[in-house]
Design a protein around this ligand. Structure first.
Ligand code: GLN
Length: 258
């Protein structure tokens, strides 16, 4: 399908035009290695289909909003995570946990992922209490231990995800937490058990920066379809002409040895 906006709107049972409310958690503090591009990708893939996408920034000190259909939480350095972790639990924790448990579709990357787990032990200083939504925890082995850096290829469903990782923390999944995928190239959660990211309810977490979504259009549309169907019920999400995205994905696969 061409990428011109037009009458590409998805078909719903009622045939009405669609809208999507996208929350962006801590856009100023948690935005590493192009993570903000995930918001741009979600918005544009909606607009190409004639879906009205609205983005609500949710910053420090702001209370948890109602009526979100999709949430994005990006990565950040240890120094930023300290302030964000405190604010997350004090001003947003109860509402955020309720909505995630209720099936709000969400994507969390790296530092955002870590703060949705039980705790994050940074390179220096005390543990940061996390939301505890994922049965998982993260420990940074200290500033003298090499970080997990490089291109990553992950086996996800029957497809592959490509991206770039740069994190010191190593994340370990508890018994009730499922990985997003299996590492084919790179470190992933901890460089040991080949897990990458996590999934619980409709929340997807990953260490892949880049940003993740533009080069992984199948995954981007998976999130959009989940969010739209949760709000409107069954629908057909018209495919887009992803020639450019597919070329970028293939090039990243070759670079990553995937
Ligand atoms: N500060 C965290 C770590 O080093 C997360 C980094 C990130 O979000 N890229 O593990």
């Amino acid at each position: 399908m061409s990428k011109e906006k037009g009458n590409n709107a998805p078909v719903t049972e009622r045939g009405n035009s669609l809208e999507l409310n996208i929350g962006h958690l801590y856009p100023a503090e948690m935005n590493l290695y192009g993570d903000r591009g995930n918001i741009l990708c979600l918005v544009q893939r909606c607009r190409w289909r004639g879906i009205e996408a609205r983005v609500k920034s949710i910053g420090l000190g702001e209370s948890w909003p109602q009526g979100l259909d999709l949430l994005f939480f990006g990565g950040g350095p240890d120094a930023q995570q300290k302030g964000v972790a405190r604010d997350l639990l004090e001003t947003k924790g109860e509402g955020l946990r309720h909505d995630l448990e209720d099936g709000l579709v969400a994507l969390a990357i790296c530092g955002g992922f870590q703060l949705l787990c039980r705790y994050y032990r940074p390179a220096e200083g005390p543990d940061l209490a996390g939301l505890g939504f994922f049965d998982a925890w993260t420990e940074h082995p200290g500033p003298r231990v090499p970080r997990c850096i490089g291109n990553v290829v992950v086996e996800w469903e029957k497809s592959k995800l490509v991206g770039f990782e740069n994190h010191g923390g190593r994340t370990y999944l508890g018994a009730s937490c499922h990985p997003l995928g299996r590492v084919r190239r790179g470190h992933g959660n901890n460089g040991k058990d080949r897990t990458e990211g996590a999934i619980h309810r409709n929340t997807f977490a990953s260490y892949l920066h880049g940003p993740l979504l533009p080069k992984n259009p199948l995954f981007a549309d998976h999130l959009l379809r989940l969010a739209l169907e949760r709000r409107y019920g069954p629908m057909v999400l018209p495919p887009l002409d992803d020639t450019l995205e597919d070329l970028a994905h293939a090039a990243a696969l070759r670079r990553g040895g995937g």
